[in-house]
Design a protein around this ligand. Structure first.
Ligand SMILES: *Cc1c(COP(=O)(O)O)cnc(C)c1O
Length: 362
């Protein structure tokens, strides 16, 4: 039996995608080989990359003057790629709303020193809210403003994105890409590791306005230059790409189109998150500490107030087939990651289990 997997990443994939991959694992489209065994320049694999790109463009309504790249190194590698591609004057503003946002900022400091500034932070309340974006004093001469749209560990998300004028907005969307509608044209660069909402770990999506990626800093390694991957006809195939991860991403994107696109996905995600938060808010045992307005619809942290009871909950939930619910060590308690691939039934099963646990542990 398949478990309901609430892991934050790598995370659950849609069952039908796994079954499809299983079906053609030994013989990918009549090649007599698996997709991981053929050349990345094989026409059949290149078609996969091209379809994945086209699907992403249509799903997110990505304007034509934006490049769509499939790179490696995870979102963490992009923490460095962002300054290396964009920090022409050694200045950047960072909004620090969680652990990954802080890491991105620290990477910015490596290249910008004092020029990389933390212009707003929610560290004062252990990242349980998002600073008011209208009250942030951005630096007009910054090379970019960086933010993390959804904070995977702390369970918060931006509900509105700041106006940054001529300064490009850069967003790490690793844990909420494709979960809700965003206006891509508001951003200079969007990047996301695939292993939360798109595919197995390995591929990282970069969506970047072409006018911004023309001349990276001189010290930028070839592999981290976005323009390397965006060369005419390169199609993210400068070197060997993470083939299997891109292949699964393509199946996931196809499925999203089949299901009606991001708008539909967002509705389901709001519904799932609503069920869980409603239950928690009315519970006499479970609590969520995030300021309501900024609650993530992807990652839902909760606690009982007793470490012992939290541990018992995780253990019994696992035995009941509800797995990977242990919270991040920075927050403790539990965390249910309910990405696109988590079915409504999975969330309902979790709530039923929580109800039962509450009754038994009063
Ligand atoms: C998981 C995550 C990361 C780290 O991603 P890697 O691909 O492991 O480098 C960065 N940012 C956010 C928001 C994440 O959720």
């Amino acid at each position: 039996m398949r478990a309901y997997n609430f892991a934050a990443g790598p995370s659950t994939l849609p069952l039908e995608v796994l079954e499809e991959a299983q079906k053609e694992l030994l013989d990918f489209q009549g090649t007599g080989m698996s997709v991981t065994e053929i050349s990345h320049r094989n026409k059949k694999f290149m078609a996969v990359v091209e379809e994945a790109e086209a699907s992403l463009r249509s799903l997110m309504n990505i304007p034509d003057d934006y490049a769509v790249l499939f790179v490696q190194g995870g979102a963490s590698q992009q923490f460095a790629a962002v300054p290396l591609n964009l920090m022409h004057h050694g200045k950047a503003d960072y909004i620090v709303t969680g652990n990954f946002a802080k890491k991105a900022y620290e990477e910015g400091v490596i290249y910008g020193g004092d020029g990389a500034k933390c212009v707003a932070s929610s560290a004062d309340k252990n990242y349980t809210y998002i600073p008011d974006v209208d009250k942030i004093a951005f630096n007009a001469d910054a090379d970019y403003v960086h933010l993390t749209s959804n904070n995977t560990i702390f369970g918060t998300r931006f509900v509105r994105f700041p106006e940054t004028g001529n300064v490009p907005l850069v967003a790490d969307m690793s844990s909420d890409i494709l979960s809700r509608e965003v206006d891509v044209s508001r951003f200079g660069v969007i990047y996301a590791g695939a292993q939360k909402n798109v595919a197995p770990a390995g591929v990282t999506i970069v969506i970047a306005k072409r006018s911004l990626i023309r001349d990276p800093l001189k010290i930028c390694p070839t592999m981290l230059k976005w323009k390397t991957q965006d060369k005419e006809g390169a199609h993210s195939l400068y070197n060997t790409p993470p083939c299997f991860s891109i292949y699964i991403a393509n199946l996931v994107l196809r499925r999203l189109i089949r299901l009606g696109g991001i708008k539909e996905m967002e509705k389901v995600n709001e519904y799932k998150a609503g069920l869980l938060y409603d239950f928690i808010d009315n519970s006499s045992l479970f609590r969520n500490y995030v300021e309501k307005k900024y609650r993530s619809i992807m990652n839902v942290p909760f606690v009982t107030g007793s470490e012992e009871l939290d541990a018992k909950f995780v253990k019994e939930a696992t035995a009941a087939g509800l797995v990977s619910l242990k919270g991040h060590r920075l927050v403790g308690g539990m965390r249910a990651s309910i990405y696109n691939a988590m079915p409504v039934e999975g969330v309902k099963a979790l709530i039923e289990f929580m109800k039962k646990f509450e009754t038994e542990n009063k």
